[in-house]
Write a protein of this length. Structure first.
Length: 205
DNA sequence: TGCCAGGCCCTCTTTAGGGCCTT
């Protein structure tokens, strides 16, 4: 599989359109089933962190106060990702922050997003739920550190993505699993997983 | 925590509503 960037944001809240900003980002680069590189940084976006977010993530106002500005961190992160296609757990959330922060520095996203949660709903339908931590435990993957910190969550999402690729390759006897196939699967109706993979294989055989 | 989203899925559905998942 091509090199893919698995990203995770910690933020001040859920809604960039209402002023929420990132406090931390991590990017885990994976290729051929292995982690090959990583980037992580806390960032200062000039927005106060609530007590709830500090209790959730452990990231304090003091920590971001001494961190580099969000614009600098996002430029570094965008350069690190380059043209690689992206993956995030519940990607609709990270995609909104990624696109909003890139717009702030005058850039636009180049790679498509795949979502490990949507993929897990199709490939691991019997999991108790499809939270990142639950899926990591369900699949027997190693916990990568403290939940709700960007690097640990991105690392676990990366291992989950690799696991889902392996499940897909094994189930459908695929030599390689492309990021494009992942985005096709997550867009297909849940009950049409088999048909979606078959169509993809026929089109690119 | 606030009661601010969005895309997906399920069902007591389709002229709808609620839960999941992310911080």
């Amino acid at each position: 599989m091509e090199t893919v960037a698995v990203i995770d944001f910690e933020t001040t809240g859920l809604y960039p359109q209402y002023g929420d900003r990132p406090t931390e980002i991590a990017v885990i680069m994976i290729r051929d089933g292995e982690v090959i590189d990583r980037y992580q940084s806390i960032m200062n976006a000039g927005v106060r962190i609530s007590g709830f977010i500090t209790s959730l993530t452990g990231i304090t106002n003091q920590m971001v106060h001494s961190a580099p500005p969000a614009e600098r961190v996002m430029r570094e992160a965008a350069k690190f990702v380059g043209d690689a296609p992206l993956v995030a757990h519940n990607a609709s959330f990270d995609r909104r922050f990624w696109d909003t922060e890139l717009e702030r520095i005058g850039r636009t996203r180049r790679g498509a997003f795949a979502c490990s949660m949507l993929l897990a709903r199709r490939l691991l339908p019997d999991a108790p739920n499809h939270k990142l931590g639950t899926l990591v435990a369900y699949a027997g993957l190693p916990a990568a550190g403290v939940y709700h910190r960007a690097e640990a969550d991105a690392e676990m999402a990366a291992h989950l993505t690799i696991h889902l690729e392996n499940q897909l390759a094994e189930r459908f006897s695929l030599g390689t699993v492309t990021h494009d196939l992942l985005t096709q699967i997550q867009k297909a109706p849940k009950h049409q997983l088999v048909r979606c993979v078959e169509r993809y294989c026929q089109a690119y055989a």
